[in-house]
Every structure is written in C-alpha cells, then in structure tokens.
Design a protein around this ligand. Structure first.
Ligand code: AMP
Ligand code: MG
Length: 519
C-alpha cells in the first residue's frame, strides 16, 4: 500500500490558509487548511468495503495489516498523503449559516488508481480542524456504522453516493448528549474513511460568494470543472452555464433515486449537497418503512419537517437556487442560470417517469401512469403500507387475476387494510388492465420490477441492531448487514429476516424511528 499514487490537485491548484497552527478561526481567501489527524489510543479495523479497497489498489493483506488500521484511524500517513480540511459555508434549515467547513473531516489526499480514476480519501471523526467551531472533531461508533453501511448500501442500490472504505474503532470514548436532554455520556468513538472523486459541496461556492470574493469563487469553479467535469469544453459563460446545468441534472437524478428507494436524507442543508450529485453526509437519515411522504427521521427537523420524504425534490431545487445565486457574479444575466434550474425540473420529471415505469413494470410510463402511481401512493399512505415490501411483491400480482393476497404482508395494521381493501382492489384492477395492455413477457416484466424495487434496504432498525451489538463488542452484525446490502435486488435465501416489516418495538425506539444530529 506504500505504492499508492497520490495526486493532490486541490492543494496544488487552489489557495491554502497561510496559518498552519491549530485553532478554530475564520479563514478568508483560502479553500483549505493544513491539518493533521489527531492520533487515537487503539485503532482497530471493524469493517471494510472489499470492493472499494480493491478499486483503490489495496490488497486483502494490506487491509489486514496493522498499518491499515493505523492509517485509517489517523495515526500514520502513507507516502504522498497531505492531510487537509476544506472551507465552506451553507444554508442550514433555510438560513445562511456563514463559515462551516470540514469540522471533523480530514482529507488524506487524492489517489489515482491503476484505471486512472481519482478518489479522494477522507477521514470523518479524526479530530479537530480550524473549522470545528465549538465541537470536538470526533464521531461516535453508532453514527460511523450508519455512515459506513449506508454509503455502501446506496452504491449497491445504484444511487449516486460517496463511498466508504473502512470503519475503525478508536479505542477512545466520545462524549455525546444523544437526546439533547443534558444527560451526556461517553460512547465508543470511531472513524470512517469515506471516498469520492470530489467532496466539493454547494457551500464551497456559497462561502466566497457571500464574502464578495469573486476571484476565489472563479478559481474554485474553474478548478472544479477542470478536475471533476473534464468532459465539459468551451469557456467563459457558456462553459459555466453547461456546468451548472449538469450539476442540476445530476442532483435531479440523485433525488429521483432517493424517492424510488425510500431514502430520506434528513439534513439537506446546502453544505450537505455534493457538486457531483452524490449523496453525502449520512447523519440522521432514515428509510421509509410505512409509506409516509411527511416523515422525517431527524428530531431537529421535527417541527417544520423541512426535510420530510415528500419534500426532497423541491428542497433540492431550492438548494440549487442558492447555488445559482452564489454563482451569479460569474454571469452577465440570469438566463443561463435559469436554464440550469429548468434542466433540474426536466431531468427530475424524466427520472421520476422512468422510475414509475420500472417500479410498476411498464415498458414506458405516460401521464395516466403518473396518476396511477399517485393514487397508489395515497392509498399506501392512508392504509399504512410498507413501501419496500409492497413494490417488491407487486411483481407477484397476476394481471389476469389481480388480488391483494400476495401483498397482504406489506400492511402494518389489519384494521386499516380491511378499511381500504375495496380501494386497493379497485386500484389493482385498473393496474392489471394497464399491465395487460403492455403485453410485456411476464418474466421480463418481473425482472424489470425486481431491478427497480429492492428486496433489502438498510431499515433503521436493522442498522440499530448492528449498532447495539457492535457497542457490546461484536461487529459481526455490521459485516453481515453490509454483505446483505451488497445484493439488494436479489432474493437471498436464508436472509428473509432482513426483508421484513419494521417490528412493533422499533416504531418509537431512538435510532429506529427518529435520529438526533448528535453524532
Ligand atoms: P452536518 O450538518 O452534520 O453535516 O454538520 C454541519 C457542520 O458541523 C459541518 O461544518 C461539520 O463539519 C460540523 N460538525 C458536525 N459535527 C462535528 C463535530 N463533532 N466536530 C466538529 N465539527 C462538527
Ligand atoms: Mg455536513
């Protein structure tokens, strides 16, 4: 692993903070600061992603070596690594929050692998940085397990996301007030190494724009296009416009995937949106069990429920308007930026239509099918039906003899099922007629549906069970869950327990139904 090749383009091409001493500060005119991970007592590798390790060029022997846990626990550097933290701002819950920055993320460098791919390695929880504000730069085991597992689960679901290489226990306690009730307690600490071609966020552009530093803004945009969007050509406004439109389209595709699989991000602040359209910053996220567009997993969001499931598409749009505003000094007028925002609407509509067709098992979806899906969603909500189980089992409905029988296990409440049975039967009759009109070969239809409707998702209670075990010293639940989530669209005999309704005990348990930002 000493042979990994690093090419630290961000450090080379963008201005850095002249101050190198530790200490929290406002950083002007610079995109990054030098910072070393703070060593930990006893780094121990709890889990890793074999795919990601191989992709980066690590052998299994590398991963098993003590040096791997030292490096990814923040105690050692490989040749070529140059740790840094970056400077960004953001709109949090709709309000401008000023400078935020990598408060507990430290990038180690940019690997260029054998295939020529660029992958930035970033430790989360490796100690304080100039951007840590009042916090400690650390992360607890429970939130690290959640980030590690969900990054990889999303990737295998086909959702654009940052990846995770490793999960390392630090052997040190981290004090957190999980419920914000004044009862802080020590919890085991951990560090995830996450991996992405770029960790640049909307907020990286918003910060220099907010300070009127157009020169820095322009340098950052030029750099981002050159490094992260090398396929774009041209120059000046035309290039910037094409780039912004692509950011809009990628964001639309990402959010359409979230809606397809039932993922709720929970903190869609502009500092948590990636310029590459990758799902980033797995904090108080959650997965839809019973279909509820109003559900938010984040207790901090419980009042306004800004980041509820059903609002994600419009919140992403709002975030793009903030990005457009930040970029406006680079444009003469607003036309190109407005065109980008229109691109978002179009790309979202197209991706959503495609998801509708695939989820329902239709060759192509039209206006009437969108309405059919809307009616179904209303029913699923009203009758408290499990989203994942419903869509997976919909493939079992016989279009020549439609019935609710193959779907019965998706209901949480028998009384609600009975109350809505007639409406469901009417919907199924309409649906069956629509499927018959398509005349798709049954096996092909089933395969199409199975590829869009996962059997396994990282239900909140499943992650929590793995966390409870890991906190008792047994990390095998994490590895097992990771293994299940590697093939979410395949039926995996013997693993039925991972594809069940949320159990009743998990309905109101912390970590299973609601999450705090304390992590
Ligand atoms: P989030 O919305 O959770 O992604 O975080 C918002 C900001 O808080 C970012 O600038 C983070 O780096 C920072 N932050 C969150 N937790 C910590 C922590 N434990 N130590 C330092 N900074 C943190
Ligand atoms: Mg964040």
């Amino acid at each position: 692993m000493n042979a990994l090749r690093f090419d630290n383009a961000l450090l080379r091409d963008l201005p850095g903070d002249p101050v190198t001493a530790p200490g929290v500060r406002q950083v002007h005119g610079a995109v990054w600061s030098d910072v070393a991970p703070t060593p930990v007592a006893a780094p121990r590798l709890l889990a890793h992603s074999a795919e990601m390790a191989a992709r980066l060029g690590f052998s299994e022997a590398d991963v098993a070596s003590p040096a791997f846990a030292e490096v990814f626990g923040g105690n050692a550097l490989l040749p070529g690594m140059q740790p840094f933290a970056t400077n960004y701002g953001g709109h949090q819950f709709g309000h401008w929050a000023g400078q935020l920055g990598d408060g507990r993320a430290i990038s180690l460098g940019e690997v260029v692998n054998a295939a020529g791919e660029r992958w930035e390695l970033q430790l989360k929880g490796a100690g304080p940085t100039p951007y840590s504000r009042t916090a400690d730069g650390r992360a607890v085991l429970r939130s690290s397990i959640r980030e590690f597992l969900c990054s990889e689960a999303m990737h295998h679901l086909g959702v654009p996301t940052t990846r995770a290489l490793s999960l390392v226990a630090t052997g040190e306690p981290v004090v957190r007030d999980m419920f914000y009730d004044g009862r802080a307690r020590p919890e085991p600490g951990a560090i995830v190494c996450r991996v992405a071609p770029s960790f640049i966020r909307f907020g990286h552009f918003e910060l220099p724009a907010s300070r009127g530093d157009v020169a820095l803004l322009r340098r950052l945009v030029d750099f981002c296009i050159r490094r992260d969007f090398p396929h774009l050509s041209g120059d000046g406004e035309a290039l910037y416009g094409a780039w912004f439109a692509e950011v809009c389209a990628r964001t639309a595709v990402m959010v359409a995937h979230w809606q397809r699989v039932g993922f709720v991000h929970g903190v869609m602040n502009t500092d948590n949106l990636s310029i590459l359209g990758l799902t980033i910053d797995y904090g108080p996220y959650g997965w839809i069990d019973d279909y509820d567009p109003d559900w938010t997993p984040n207790t901090t969001d419980a009042n306004g429920r800004r980041y509820r499931f059903g609002w994600q598409p419009k919140v992403a749009y709002w975030n793009l308007t903030r990005l457009a505003h930040a970029l406006s000094p680079l444009f003469d007028g607003v036309d190109a930026l407005n065109a980008g925002l229109t691109r978002y609407m179009d790309a979202y509509a197209a991706a959503d239509l495609d998801a509708t067709a695939r989820k329902l098992g239709l060759g192509e979806a039209g206006e009437a099918d969108v309405e059919l899906m809307r009616e179904l969603q209303q029913l699923l909500h009203a009758a408290e039906v499990d989203m994942t189980l419903w869509f997976r089992a919909l493939a079992e409905v016989d279009p020549d003899a439609p019935s609710l029988a193959p779907l019965a296990h998706a209901f949480y409440d028998d009384a609600k099922r009975d109350a809505h049975a007639a409406s469901f039967e009417a919907w199924l009759a309409q649906y069956a007629a629509r499927v018959r009109a398509d005349a798709m070969e049954p096996a092909a239809r089933r395969a199409r549906m199975h590829a869009a409707n996962p059997r396994y998702v990282l239900r909140n209670y499943l992650a929590q069970q793995a966390i409870d075990r890991a906190e008792q010293g047994d990390a095998s639940g994490v590895t097992e869950l990771l293994d299940v989530m590697r093939r979410p669209y395949d039926d995996q005999p013997g693993r039925e327990a991972f594809a069940q309704r949320r159990p009743d005990w998990a309905r109101t348990k912390a970590g299973c139904s609601m999450l705090s930002c304390s992590s």
